[in-house]
Ligand binder design. Structure first.
Ligand code: CP
Length: 306
């Protein structure tokens, strides 16, 4: 695996391999390699708390050196293109680039570069490390995906998390359903749309999505009203009470409390929202390690063994 751009590019074997490595690192069963001679740059053209901070911790735990890069103090402000920024970082010695950008499939214009790219989210396209950490969290709970009933609720059309997870969880054998207002349905994804109230007591996982206000046009924003949305599509206490005893609640976060989920349920016993964040750091360690090993990185560990 040279890059991680889209869940569509991963085989189910690669998904299992990454999740197993992340779990082994988390349990202390796998000592990750050290990459003290390697450099990484994190390019976040969109805001982030979880993804950026967990990549930063993962990179430092792996011993990588960070190239200081912030869009608002870089030559992006002088009109530098994404390609020129990335080509420059490649030339100064970056061994891996982590990129979040508002442009869907931004990575198409970077194909000629010879530096691995990890997609930290592209517009409404894909968020592969989020999908992998979600898969890791589900695997910890159920040790399988086959036959699991998963309801993904909310802003499907604008959500890179919905797209990534639909593709990967379906490939792994889960039954993925959506619940969404008409304006936020996505016909390009072949999953059935359900009324949340007709299926809430049958699902193993209910995954809530953040309402993506920043991606809305005037046309679909006008259809949004918080209390209506919460009552029709949100996880209320009444719906939570109907969940199966083993069912879990997920959300990629940040959460709009009181919109996608009732405030008091964010840390309820069935919620795995903060577990997802914890797993994200281990999963990102596993991804970086896997990519640098694929690239044939010489590590201190290998050098010391010689
Ligand atoms: N889930 C997620 O991607 O969160 P951030 O936008 O805070 O990184």
């Amino acid at each position: 695996m040279d890059n991680l751009l889209s869940m569509e590019h991963l085989t189910t074997n690669e998904i299992y391999e990454l999740v197993k490595r992340a779990s082994a690192i988390k349990k202390g069963e796998l000592e990750p390699r050290r990459y003290e001679d390697k450099f990484v740059a994190n390019l976040f053209f969109e805001n982030s708390t979880r993804t950026k901070s967990s990549f930063l911790v993962a990179e430092q735990k792996l011993g990588l050196k960070l190239i200081d890069f912030e869009t608002n103090t870089s030559s992006v402000q002088k009109g530098e293109t994404l390609y020129d920024t990335c080509k420059t970082l490649e030339q100064v010695g970056a061994d891996v680039l982590v990129i979040r950008h508002s442009q869907t499939t931004y990575y198409d214009e970077l194909k000629s570069l010879n530096v691995p790219i990890i997609n930290a989210g592209d517009g409404s396209g894909q968020h592969p490390t989020q999908s992998l950490l979600d898969i890791m969290t589900i695997y910890e709970e159920y040790q399988t995906f086959e036959g699991l009933n998963i309801l993904i609720c909310g802003d499907i059309k604008n959500s890179r998390v919905a797209r990534s997870n639909f593709q990967s969880l379906t490939a792994l054998g889960a039954n993925v359903m959506f619940s969404s207002p008409d304006a936020w349905k996505d016909d390009s994804l072949d999953a059935p749309y359900k009324d949340i109230d007709t299926v809430i007591d049958e699902v193993d996982i209910v995954m809530l999505l953040r309402v993506q206000h920043e991606r809305h046009t005037d046309e679909n924003t006008t259809q949004f009203e918080v209390s209506n949305y919460h009552n029709q599509y949100g996880l209320t206490q009444a719906r939570y009470n109907r969940l199966k005893s083993q069912a879990i609640v997920m959300h990629p976060a940040p959460v709009n409390r009181g919109v996608e989920i009732e405030d008091s349920l964010v840390e309820a016993s069935k919620s795995r929202i903060f577990k997802q964040m914890e797993n994200g750091m281990y999963l990102r360690m596993a991804v970086i390690d896997y990519i640098l090993q694929s690239k044939g990185a010489e590590t201190n560990e290998i050098i010391n063994e010689c």
